[in-house]
Design a protein around this ligand. Structure first.
Ligand SMILES: Cc1cc2nc3c(=O)[nH]c(=O)nc-3n(C[C@H](O)[C@H](O)[C@H](O)COP(=O)(O)OP(=O)(O)OC[C@H]3O[C@@H](n4cnc5c(N)ncnc54)[C@H](O)[C@@H]3O)c2cc1C
Length: 399
């Protein structure tokens, strides 16, 4: 076993949230290690749109810009969402407009591949960051003053390595090894739905508008992609049986089903690239911090994608943790429990609000009773007519 290297913080998991956390902490002058099992592929811009697309809030965009990342993204591959139109399953309707809400855009549609690539390149350029990859954690030993991590690089015959830090950040996703190693309990519930994502060329014009349908068999979202010919990215959170049927269809029939489900609003659709399917769950870690440990991103919370907020919440975790640590003063160590509790208190309410709202909407639209159907649709239309409430909702979603 090699001699231990000492860091201020070790982030385990280098997906979008872990990589952004490591970068934000490095900007706060901390000595950081990022451990990731798979180094992300370099993005060369040659391929078509990534099937993994995120709708990012203006607040997250601003934070990514402050980290120096937003400016480096290929701007011609980002779409501004100017309007959003949402339908219920029985005549309910609501619309949001960026101008009416006082912003430049309601959201920004960004691909995973370039965002992850830019984050990793920025990390490589930071002298105070060590990238431990491709590697997996093997053991965590919690001490009074720090935590020792044993890990192994992928590949036969590599000896186990050791390093230590004042703080371990778990950013290793919904099935977090780190959270399990700390013995933190989670509340979880699988949704009886799976999300299918795919990209399409469209015959009509999307005009920067996102469209969403709350259907009896799930939630379908069409998100605008930039450029010509017009393209959209879809997320269809469908009941399991419907999801299986949709995944089994050939390309032409799948395109027709998606087109039909959206009432043909954008004309003919033509599938470009592969479809992917994801299980959906609600997950909440019972503690966000312990002495020398903090959870961020999906390791801390998973939400239904109907509001497109999962990674936004994770980036907000990262921003909040970096701010708390940068304000800790010269004496205090990064793993101090009372310091970390500040992060937990700051994040708990927002996360809970997003989880309960998306969960309640998912449940409300899954119920198959005629009076509930009438109620949810008239409620949606009533909110749409109350300008002040609509502005508040849009303002909340954009901030
Ligand atoms: C269909 C769908 C659509 C979505 N759309 C949106 C959207 O529009 N907007 C939005 O905000 N959110 C959206 N989300 C949510 C978003 O995808 C997640 O919240 C986000 O990807 C979580 O990022 P993360 O970095 O926390 O976790 P992950 O992306 O799961 O990353 C975890 C990382 O840890 C690494 N790792 C795991 N275990 C280990 C280990 N033992 N050792 C080393 N490394 C490890 C993994 O390789 C990975 O790189 C969507 C989700 C779904 C399913």
């Amino acid at each position: 076993m090699s001699a231990a290297t000492q860091f201020d913080v070790i982030v385990i998991g280098g997906g979008l949230v872990g990589a952004a956390t490591a970068l934000a902490l490095a900007h706060a002058d901390l000595k950081v290690a990022l451990l990731e099992q798979r180094r992300p592929a370099a993005f060369d811009g040659a391929a078509g749109f990534d099937a993994r697309i995120y709708s990012l809030t203006p607040k997250v965009r601003q934070w990514l810009a402050a980290l120096g990342i937003w400016q480096q993204l290929p701007q011609q591959r980002i779409a501004d969402v100017q309007r959003m139109r949402v339908w219920g399953d029985d005549g309910g309707h609501i619309e949001f407009d960026a101008l009416e809400s006082g912003g430049a855009a309601l959201a920004y549609i960004v691909e995973q591949a370039p965002l992850l690539d830019k984050l990793w390149r920025a990390l490589e350029a930071q002298p105070n960051v060590s990238l431990l990859t491709p590697a997996r954690p093997e053991d965590l030993a919690w001490g009074e003053r720090d935590v020792a991590l044993s890990y192994a690089y992928e590949g036969a015959g590599e000896p186990a390595q050791r390093c230590s830090a004042q703080l371990i950040v778990a950013a290793d996703g919904g099935e977090s090894w780190t959270r399990g190693a700390a013995g933190i309990e989670v509340k979880r519930r699988a949704y009886p739905q799976r999300a299918i994502v795919a990209n399409f060329e469209i015959e009509g014009e999307h005009g920067g508008t996102a469209l969403q349908w709350f259907r009896h068999d799930g939630v379908l979202a069409w998100l605008p992609l930039p450029g010509r010919p017009g393209q959209i990215s879809i997320v269809w959170s469908a009941q399991e049986q419907t999801a299986d049927e949709l995944m089994a269809l050939d390309e032409q029939s799948f395109s027709e089903r998606v087109q039909l489900a959206g009432g043909g609003l954008l004309g003919d659709l033509r599938l470009t690239g592969a479809r992917a399917c994801f299980p959906l769950r609600l997950l909440r870690a019972q503690e966000l911090v312990r002495p020398h440990l903090a959870l961020v991103g999906d390791a801390a919370h998973c939400v239904h994608p109907l509001a497109g907020q999962g990674v936004n919440l994770g980036f907000e975790d990262a921003a909040c943790l970096a701010q708390v640590l940068s304000e800790r003063g010269p004496q205090r160590d990064c793993g101090d429990f009372y310091l970390l509790r500040r992060y937990e208190r700051a994040r708990k309410e927002n996360v809970l609000l997003m989880q309960t709202t998306t969960d309640a909407l998912q449940r409300l639209f899954s119920k198959d009773s005629s009076w509930i159907r009438r109620l949810r649709n008239s409620g949606m239309t009533a909110v749409g007519r109350a300008d002040w409430l609509k502005r508040r909702l849009a303002g909340h979603a954009m901030s």
